[in-house]
Design a protein around this ligand. Structure first.
Ligand SMILES: Cc1ncc(COP(=O)(O)O)c(C=O)c1O
Ligand SMILES: N[C@@H](CCCC[NH3+])C(=O)O
Length: 420
């Protein structure tokens, strides 16, 4: 069956069967589609043709090396938030010169490494960070390219945990204070002011908050021009939402068309940092039903995937579609009932879905859709569970792109105290 949906509802049939993947690699596992990753990335590229631009995939969404490599081959840049992510870009064959470095807590050694490999820009998130980047660049006798992440105080109208552009959020500097901080940055001898950055939140399904943020940022560009500070690029972050259920977010094409119209004839290079809109609907999470049990109140299907593998439902009450991989036409439709799909972890919050109308039997394979973003990357070893395998489907072949962790991996690097 078709288990990958391209964004915006177009169904995509992969020729590799999920049943074969489960048999070959075991469950639970993540399965990605190369074609979907490529199409989602190219939707941005195509919308930006004819403009100076850089699409920096926000690799926090899915940092598997094979995924990064597929995007690097298309010329993608990357938005990183740690030096671990930078090293993954390099290991995957990505170009560090197309990297933007975001994040509120960059350590000196991370800044040093980023300068060494020549990242495109540091997205500075506080005045104190400005000083730190300037100091490290001075030690290295270099000029650090920077933009300042401003917090435009717009309500992204998304889940409070993934809203980032309000005064109450820890990200960026207050937009009203930005002219002063830019003046300071401009006077620092080892910084090179390049751009402005903002990212107001994730899973936005309307363009209005993006446009509000853009208007505020453009007003700042004008104020800075009056101060004699030229801004070369505008980094508008990521945040474009995807269809998990029945949401209809704008396509990258629609979003970028609306935005470029507002830009008029301004010659600013545009940078985007999409994560979810590239990765979410390019992946599924495959899990198997182990046991069924019911009481007067509830039907529980105990599955082999758990909150440690896919934490979004537990953490944000996120809803992701869960579908049977095989349609069993011979099953009595009267057996269809509402199931809570719960994992083996010892937490009440360990569920991937609740009250899902399904006709289940032990051994059934289920696909949790839209799991390509913030899935494996947020997996943990809680309850000493090995993290699942990651598999990439490429045409009619599937490849294991990260093996399931072994039990020995779980305690590698740990030590007992020396014996007396
Ligand atoms: C600075 C920054 N850029 C890009 C992203 C990617 O966001 P999304 O996955 O919603 O596109 C995030 C995460 O919200 C972020 O914090
Ligand atoms: N992890 C979140 C998104 C975080 C966005 C990163 N700033 C999610 O799964 O929805």
């Amino acid at each position: 069956m078709n288990i990958f949906d391209y964004n915006n509802g177009v169904l995509h049939a992969e020729s590799v069967s999920a049943v074969d993947i489960a048999a070959q690699y075991g469950t639970p596992c993540y399965v990605y589609s190369r074609k979907a990753f490529e199409q989602h990335y190219l939707a941005y590229e195509n919308a930006l043709q004819g403009r100076d631009h850089l699409v920096c995939y926000a690799m926090k969404a899915n940092s598997n090396l094979a995924v990064l490599n597929v995007l690097a081959k298309l010329g993608a840049g990357f938005d990183i938030v740690s030096i671990g992510e930078l090293e993954r870009v390099i290991a995957a064959g990505g170009d560090p010169k197309k990297v933007v470095f975001s994040g509120v807590g960059k350590k000196a050694h991370e800044i040093r490494r980023a300068l060494e490999v020549g990242v495109h820009c540091f997205n500075i998130e506080s005045e104190a960070e400005l000083d730190r980047v300037n100091d490290v660049a001075a030690e290295m006798n270099m000029q650090a390219p920077i933009s300042i992440r401003v917090n435009p105080d717009v309500d992204a109208q998304t889940h409070p945990y993934i809203s980032t552009g309000l005064k109450e959020n820890k990200f960026g500097v207050d937009i009203d204070d930005a002219p002063r901080i830019y003046a300071k940055a401009n006077a620092m001898s080892n910084l090179n002011v390049q751009g402005i950055d903002c990212h107001i939140g994730s899973q936005l399904i309307e363009t209005a908050p993006f446009m509000d943020a853009l208007d505020r940022v453009l007003a700042l560009v004008d104020i800075l021009a009056e101060q004699g500070i030229t801004i070369h690029h505008l980094d508008l972050g990521g945040g474009l939402g995807v269809t998990y259920d029945d949401e209809v977010p704008p396509t990258p094409g629609e979003y970028i068309a609306e935005l470029t119209e507002r830009l008029g004839d301004r010659q600013l290079k545009l940078i985007f940092e999409p994560g979810r809109s590239i990765a979410a609907n390019a992946g599924i999470f495959l899990t198997q039903v182990e046991f069924l049990k019911s009481n007067e109140e509830k039907n529980f299907a105990i599955i082999d995937g758990a909150m440690n593998d896919l934490i979004r439902p537990a953490l944000y009450s996120a809803w992701q579609a869960i579908v049977p991989v095989v349609q069993h036409a011979d099953r009595n439709p009267e057996n269809t009932k509402a199931w809570d799909l719960v994992g083996p972890v010892c937490e009440t919050g360990d569920f991937l879905g609740k009250d899902r109308q399904l006709n289940l039997q032990p051994g059934d394979l289920l696909a949790v859709k839209s799991s390509g973003a913030y899935g494996f990357v947020m997996a943990s070893n809680y309850n000493s569970r090995p993290r699942p395998a990651e598999v990439m489907v490429d045409g009619d072949t599937s490849y294991i792109v990260r093996a399931r962790e072994t039990i020995a991996d779980l305690y590698a690097g740990e030590q007992l105290l020396p014996s007396e």
